[in-house]
Ligand binder design. Structure first.
Ligand code: MG
Length: 348
């Protein structure tokens, strides 16, 4: 019999995190565990307040999940169909169940999750490091601190976008990913920004315009000299169906996709449609980050740094060294002795 437990946790950020739509210094998490036959799988939900979810909403959502009727821990499709059907929304809470199930299935079969998916493993995964919106002095300092990373992901969508890029270019030649977080509201201005950014060593642009501006994004796509990647516009599998009308690629995040099961389906559909694939994250612990690395072989661009900017990561998992995630090939998602972390958290 499968048994779900969960506990809230507040992830503290090293620095105030700013993007075009707001700022924060901590992120609420819900940590999950699913037990079967003496084996435990671990999962996580991350709920940046920007998206209207909280520890309360995740608690409410998970309190309705009753896994006691399921006898087969490998029936992940069936279990996630049930979980998804309980209520709409709450993708992060659903992901926390999906990830614990995958961790459990991996441990029960003695395989890392990518092998459950019949995907090749990637021993060393290059990730970008995010530079969020801040004063130019702080941006310069953070850029210098991130020099080991092969890419920087720069948050734009401000009235200082040019100054931010010029400041970064004073101290770095690293190729850049740009994330405007819906910050550009005029299509001609967006095109002008992208044309300028192409000359600054930028590889692609993430979500330049607001989700609701579909006509403008459809206008922008064929004209853009750089690939455009949908993030806020692409939440779940159904959004990938129309993604090629607006974007050259999509950003999959496990807290949006309801976890690895649907995340993998999104990745497969994106490939089939000829879309580029980015793997992204929120502020997260090593649990969600480790889980996401199992889809790495399918991705063109990887931004899995959400565990690096925190001061109280509750888990040890797949580690980042010199800008690369180094796979540990442990069964499941790749956490190291999560039992001890879970017990310690319960005693806090
Ligand atoms: Mg984004």
């Amino acid at each position: 019999m499968l048994k779900l437990s969960y506990q809230p946790f507040t992830l503290k950020l090293k620095h105030v995190f700013r993007i075009s739509r707001g700022s924060r210094s901590s992120t609420p998490l819900m940590l999950t565990r699913i037990q079967f036959d003496g084996v435990s799988g671990y999962g996580e939900a991350s709920m940046p307040p920007l998206y209207g979810k909280s520890i309360e909403s995740a608690t409410q959502s998970l309190s309705k999940v009753d896994l006691s009727g399921f006898k087969d821990p490998f029936a992940i499709d069936e279990i996630m169909q049930y979980v998804d059907g309980i209520a709409t929304g709450n993708s992060a809470a659903k992901a926390s169940v999906d990830i614990a199930l995958h961790d459990l299935a991996g441990k029960l079969s003695g395989k890392p999750c990518y092998k459950l998916f019949n995907l090749p493993g990637v021993s060393s995964i290059s990730t970008s490091k995010t530079i969020s919106i801040d004063s130019l002095d702080i941006i310069r300092e953070r850029t210098i601190q991130a020099k080991a990373f092969p890419f920087l992901k720069v948050k734009l969508g401000t009235d200082q976008d040019h100054a931010i890029i010029k400041t970064i270019r004073e101290v770095s030649n690293q190729p850049l990913f740009i994330d405007a977080n819906q910050g550009w509201k005029d299509k001609s201005q967006a095109l002008e920004n992208i044309s300028w950014l192409k000359e600054q060593g930028v590889i692609f642009i993430e979500q330049p315009m607001p989700v609701a501006m579909e006509d403008e994004m459809a206008w922008l796509k064929p004209k853009s000299p750089l690939p455009i990647v949908g993030d806020e516009s692409i939440q779940r599998l159904k959004d990938v169906e129309r993604a090629d009308e607006f974007f050259h690629g999509i950003n999959i995040k496990l807290v949006k996709s309801t976890g690895l099961n649907e995340g993998l389906q999104m990745a497969k559909l994106a490939k089939k449609k000829g879309l580029k694939l980015m793997l992204g994250c929120m502020s997260e612990s090593s649990c969600l980050i480790s889980a996401a690395t199992h889809l790495a072989s399918m991705a063109d661009w990887i931004d899995l740094d959400g565990n690096l900017g925190v001061t109280n990561n509750p888990y040890l998992g797949i580690e980042t060294k010199e800008g690369k995630l180094i796979s540990n090939d442990l069964p499941g998602i790749g956490l190291i002795n999560p039992e001890a972390s879970w017990e310690k958290l319960q005693s806090l």
